[in-house]
Design a protein around this ligand. Structure first.
Ligand SMILES: Nc1ncnc2c1ncn2[C@@H]1O[C@H](COP(=O)(O)OP(=O)(O)OP(=O)(O)O)[C@@H](O)[C@H]1O
Ligand SMILES: [Mg+2]
Length: 142
């Protein structure tokens, strides 16, 4: 297997297409025979990062580089950025407004969940330019 690169657009507030980038990534990983438990960790993480763009940010992209050994995902948006990343990483911290909570988001568990499911995580954010969530899931911990 050679390197596969994917690039999906993420549309802010588009709840009809929300999650489509993560499903696209999942389909590719299934097709090439990635182990289901690894796929699950990757897709749980990419879904949380994708939904954060849909509910909190602006338009963005999900990019993935898939190799036989690991999957590297970068989710990048165009703002407004996160004021305090350290705080945002804490379980239960959310700024989601009522309208978003009614849709079932806003438990403040997305970023902690990504942390739990990945081998490496970097969250870089600038106000008001935007946020980049970058993570790696390795196929084996060897
Ligand atoms: N891409 C982003 N752009 C701007 N703010 C963000 C972004 N991602 C996260 N945040 C901020 O970090 C907070 C915590 O994010 P996290 O994903 O952990 O929880 P949540 O999205 O509020 O709730 P949940 O993910 O459980 O539905 C958010 O409430 C929001 O304030
Ligand atoms: Mg979230």
């Amino acid at each position: 297997m050679t390197t596969i690169e994917l690039d999906f657009e993420i549309k802010h507030n588009d709840f009809d297409r929300a999650g489509s980038a993560s499903s696209g990534l999942k389909n590719t990983l299934k097709q090439i025979g990635y182990p289901p438990d690894i796929i699950k960790r990757i897709v749980v993480s990419s879904y949380e990062a994708e939904m954060n763009v849909v509910v909190h940010a602006s338009d963005g992209h999900l990019r993935a580089v898939i190799t036989p050994d690991e999957v590297h995902v970068t989710v990048k948006d165009n703002g407004p950025g996160i004021e305090n990343v350290e705080m945002a990483m804490k379980e239960g911290y959310s700024t989601a407004p009522e309208r978003i909570r009614e849709l079932g988001f806003g438990a403040g568990m997305g970023l902690p969940n990504i942390k739990k499911n990945t081998d490496e995580l970097k969250v870089e954010s600038f106000v008001p330019t935007g946020t980049t969530v970058d993570f790696i899931v390795r196929r084996s911990n060897g």
